[in-house]
Design a protein around this ligand. Structure first.
Ligand code: FPP
Length: 245
């Protein structure tokens, strides 16, 4: 049985990013509509967030809605937006009690007004919390983010706020929507798909990738711990040899 006691608390990742996948397939297996899978996925969000808090992970980024998800049937998009609003409203007290700090990345201005308002409220109310930073990727994709960064860098060079010879990796990082968030050391994807689907492409350059067949609504603390234990057993070489580490 996988448990928290098997985790080396001195070596937990600072930042874990999760591609929550499999809600639709899970719902289909139950003979339900896809939206039931999304609603059921909220419990898995709670589990991952609690598990992260218990072992001292500082940042948890969840891919909740991609740029490409706008192409889903309008009913499903609306249901996801409503779910985001109701989840923030229902969970805000619990986020406060647990000192969770809510943040978001992505093209937030493309979200419906009510969504933006609730999100903004949640972000402001939890801004001083010093527990886990729950970072929601909403209307997010890496190519959108990198293109936006290119445009802003070009603009700043044009305005002479930045010299082109000053541009380095940390400057590029600072123009991304993740700003000064550390890169995730671990990225988890559920549901058996082995892709990164336009998620944090720059930031996961050296991340360990962990894929599990568990469908997101079934994802529980033990599944999270399992990913952390596997992470701790991997050898991270950053391009060096084993002997050099
Ligand atoms: C992917 O499953 C999941 C999503 C696109 C949405 C994730 C949203 C939640 C878990 C809702 C709660 C989250 C918050 C933060 C309120 P899929 O629909 O692609 O599943 P499939 O691949 O089986 O079709």
């Amino acid at each position: 049985m996988i448990g928290k006691d098997q985790i080396d608390l001195a070596n937990v990742p600072n930042h874990v990013a999760i591609i929550m996948d499999g809600n639709g397939r899970w719902a289909k297996q139950q003979g339900e509509l896809r939206t039931f899978g999304h609603t059921s996925g909220v419990e898995a969000v709670r589990e991952a967030l609690t598990a992260a808090g218990e072992i001292g992970i500082k940042h948890l980024t969840l891919y909740a809605f991609s740029t490409e998800n706008w192409n889903r049937p309008v009913e499903e998009v609306n249901a996801l937006m409503d779910l985001l609003v109701s989840t923030i409203m229902n969970e805000i007290d619990s986020l406060q009690e647990n000192k969770v700090k809510l943040t978001a990345i992505g093209n937030i201005s493309s979200l419906p007004d009510q969504c933006q308002n609730e999100l903004q409220k949640g972000i402001e109310e939890t801004a001083e919390n010093d527990g886990v930073n729950l970072n929601l990727a909403l209307s997010y994709s890496s190519r959108w983010e990198i293109t936006k960064a290119f445009k802003e860098i070009a603009k700043d060079v044009e305005l002479k706020n930045l010299r082109s010879d000053e541009i380095n990796e940390s400057i590029v990082s600072s123009y991304l929507t993740t700003g000064d968030l550390p890169d995730p050391e671990l990225m988890i994807r559920t549901s058996g798909e082995k892709r990164v689907s336009n998620f944090m492409l720059w930031q996961i350059a050296y991340s360990e990738l962990y894929f599990t067949d568990v469908l997101w609504p079934d994802f529980r603390k033990e599944d999270f711990y399992k990913a952390i234990i596997e992470f701790q057993n991997r050898e991270r070489r950053f391009g060096k040899t084993s002997e050099q580490k």
